[in-house]
Ligand binder design. Structure first.
Ligand code: S3P
Length: 439
């Protein structure tokens, strides 16, 4: 699908945001292995969390969508008949994780201690992403994970597992979560040591012990821990909100309001960086639901952004937002340097190269570094023809850039947005009437 985005001088409205993708995956997985029926309030119809649900269904877990049961924010609930870890059954065929790294890596951890063999497959993008990072620790615990050159298909041969203490060699919440989920089936206590904090939804949602020692986080889980059935609440996705926060911050005029957005401090680095660039983003009505902090956001056009340096410990907290922050940087006065972000090269696509290509096609001055980007901002963007490379965040970042270009921008592969944000194009049109043209 191709979308043409026309520039828009003024943005206003309350775009509907999708469910937080990271929390939605975990709610489905944890409810599936809980000891009874759970309700997930505000689940996601995005392709990635739906891949997780489809895989869990193939493992024998019943999910029932109840559009008649609405949460406080008006989103429908998903009911899950938890079977306990021991209740999962061998699937009839390979489990299709689609485009979703979280589905594949967390499921591999969950299935590593089950007494059957599962094959996990994915699309072309997922089949090119590194899986050795989970196969190594799961192998140390006693599971056998078959791969081809470190890539999917993954053949997870479940086995009795022993606990380990594992220090993360890359800052990855997916690897952390895979090891902790395997730890549920292991004998003894499994500990993951994080030199740099990554998103902490797994430990919050499972109520795991976290110790901070010498600046490192130690997250532990006891083998045999029962996950209690409960109500899980999924906030609106801050990673989806980021597209509108940047759009509002680079527009000539804007007032955009976003409600019920997850503000977990391990995810909200984008707010800190935008404020450091001079953005006018305000948070109100801060509250907690289901153990996750959330709030309402309001962004107004600040009348100019300035370049910043982004690097170090904040990077895992905004790793998914870097492509759209690069758009903000291209529109800011002065230089922005993004470093320590080499993980972007192994996301759904090489996002350093992909966003550099998009912005350069639109006339920006962008240089790639192995671990990031150097952007000389403030040169103005021109309309262009760009390729999203089947990556949802590149498609949506290109659309945000297109709003401030000097002419229409055609985005190929625009359908990728549905991986995390199926309503994106409608949401964009709702704040910038007449900007979105299909085809
Ligand atoms: C995710 C963790 C991050 C992030 C991804 C979702 C998660 O990946 O980029 O979109 O839900 O745990 P890594 O943990 O591989 O960095």
């Amino acid at each position: 699908m191709t979308v043409t985005v026309h520039p828009a001088a003024a943005l206003a409205g309350r775009p509907a945001l999708p469910a937080d993708k990271s929390v939605a995956h975990r709610a489905a997985l944890f409810a599936a292995i809980a000891d009874g029926e759970s309700e997930i309030v505000g689940f996601s119809d995005a392709a990635d969390p739906q891949s997780t649900v489809a895989c869990l269904r193939a493992l024998g877990v019943a999910f029932e969508e109840r559009p008649d049961v609405l949460g406080a924010d008006g989103t429908p609930s998903l009911f899950v008949r938890g079977r306990g870890l021991d209740g999962l059954s061998a699937p009839d065929g390979p489990l299709d994780c689609g485009n979703s790294g979280t589905t594949m890596r967390l499921l591999a951890g969950l299935l590593a201690g089950r007494p059957f063999t599962t094959t996990l497959v994915g699309d072309a993008s997922l089949s090119g992403r590194p899986m050795g990072r989970i196969a190594r620790p799961l192998g140390q615990m006693g599971a056998r994970i078959g791969m081809t050159d470190g890539h999917a298909p993954l053949v997870v041969e479940g086995a009795p597992l022993s606990s380990i203490t594992y220090r993360l060699p890359v800052a990855s919440a997916q690897v952390k979560s895979a090891v902790l989920l395997a730890g549920l089936s292991a004998s003894g206590t499994t500990t993951v040591v994080e030199p740099v904090a990554t998103r902490d939804h797994t430990e919050r949602m499972l109520g795991l012990d976290v110790l901070v020692r010498g600046g490192e986080r130690h997250v532990s889980v006891d083998g045999g821990t029962t996950v209690r059935a409960r109500q899980w609440v999924v906030p609106r996705d801050v990673s989806a909100a980021a597209f509108f926060l940047v759009a509002g911050s680079i527009a000539e005029a804007a007032t955009i309001q976003l409600s019920g957005v997850g503000l977990n401090p391990t995810r909200s680095g984008v707010l800190d960086v935008l404020r450091a660039m001079g953005a006018d983003v305000r948070v109100s009505n801060e509250r907690e639901r289901g153990g996750e902090p959330l709030g309402d956001l309001r962004v107004e056009a600040p009348g100019g952004l300035v370049g910043v340096e982004i690097g170090g410990a904040i990077v895992p907290n905004l790793i998914d937002e870097i492509p759209v922050l690069a758009v903000a940087a291209a529109c800011a006065q002065g230089r922005t340097v993004i470093r320590d972000a080499e993980e972007l090269r192994v996301k759904e696509t090489d996002r350093i190269e992909a966003i550099a290509d998009v912005l350069r096609a639109m006339g920006a001055d962008v240089q790639e570094r192995p671990d990031g980007l150097v952007i000389e901002g403030g040169r103005g963007l021109k309309g262009a023809e760009v390729d999203a490379r089947d990556d949802h965040r590149i498609a949506m970042s290109a659309a945000v850039a297109a709003l401030v270009a000097d002419g229409p921008t055609t985005i190929h592969g625009a359908e990728a947005a549905a991986v995390s944000f199926p309503g994106f194009w409608d949401a964009l049109e709702s704040v910038a009437a007449g900007s979105v043209e299909a085809g």
